[in-house]
Design a protein. Sequence first.
Length: 532
Amino acid sequence: MEVGAPSARSRALAVLRVRSRALAVLLLPAALAVVLVAARMTDRLLADPWPAVTVVVCAVAALVLLAGGAFAAVVLRASPAVTPTVPLSETAAPDLYRLVRDLADRMDVPAPSAIALTPDCDSWLEDRTHAAHRRGSGSGGISAGPETEPGAAPVLVIGSPFLWWMRVAELRAVLAPVVAGTGPSAHPDIADARGFLRGLDAAVDIGGRRGAGWIARPARLLLRLCREDAAEMERGVAAAASARAQGVDYALRILAQEQVGLAYAGWDRLLTRVALPAWRMGRWPARLDAGVVSALTELSRRDRLADGFTSRLGERPACDLLEQPGVIDEAASLLAARLFHGGPAEAGPDWSPVDWAAYPEEVVDRKWRTEASRLHAALDALAVPAGPAAGPAGPTLERVLGYLTGAAGEGAAGEALAGRLSGDLAREDRAGGPGAARDAEAVPLVPLQAPRSARDLLADHVTALVCCAAVDSAGGAPGLDWLDGPVLLISGDRRSDLAPHVLCLVEDGDPEPLRGWLAEVGVRPEKPVRLV
């Protein structure tokens, strides 16, 4: 018997006992009504008040049965939220299916019924048998198939960054304990208990959305009664799966877990620093998983602790297990934009893909010029003079330098401008302006970044204007750093020393450090800047 399996089964039985007790409570009024009716039919309990009591008890029993039957139907048929994933058919990844089935055979467990990808650094088993009730209802990438049939094995969900960063042997080692979980999942008691809990979760959600407290309240009560046993059941399942996987690539798994942590760090940086600026302007990088390889390779180059990781790149990558890696990467990248930003589920005129080669020109340069344009529009709204140097040719960096320096001397340190930018940006988001290409019904499930402060917004916009001026008058160029996102290149070299000089201007009203930097680079602040 596997370690943890007896404990998991006993806890599953405890959950099922809660269900049985709830059913007994539901049937109690009906049982009492049957006793009273039988007594009346046998000429007992004929005197008052038993006729009236019998009628009342029968009425209550009918109402309880009606409400209980409706509640049971909701629990049985309710479909809990299914994780949005990219379905991966066997024809699209025959080698990956073969690897997973071989793992299942070695551990003597049922093979997963299907494989799907998630744009995140995690892997798990997901029971989708309840999804059969949702056919044709658009369940986030889940279509009816063998995995939704009653009794089907769970679906194996794999983090897409793992396929691109990990080598085949590493992926196999990481998936072994996950696949081993199909063994305990196949136990009838555990499967029954999980189905009951999923139904209760869904009933709480349905009751909350529809304002049906008579559904949500009893479901919450039953979940509270099951909470401890359910948690212990899942711990027992995990322990059993871990014990079964001990003999499969155990030594390699320890090394592979290091790659899991590294992949997570690089994926997080890639999403927040690189993908998010593109998403905000209605573009989505179409090769995020390929980008994570570049990001982690760059991290390996910079970080001495990561020395040796690049030597792995000579081994076969796990994405070779896919027939069309590029197509799968694009689908996972679009799903990532939907999950983390709330973008539409399909590409369109205001929501188009962008290749990495075009990212500097189509995202970085456009981002800078959009923010520079917003900054000058805010100055116009505050009636700030354009200055004699600008004339009809266009706005200048000198206008911003002069305003922020004078504002600091008057005790304002740029608060009016910062507040104006915050308000303008909020109005653009509400109106669906630049950077707000989103599906109104698909809010981000996992927002990547907290709202920026007004001062941070002002610093970002001034930095963008400086970068535009450097590109227009000093031979600068927009660039992409895989870990830090948009960067300014001067003569092909990244200039990472701009931020502290901008902060001196924004926070202290001191323009001299920035003016010195501009003179060093060759930027002429009095020259007009091209805006969008």
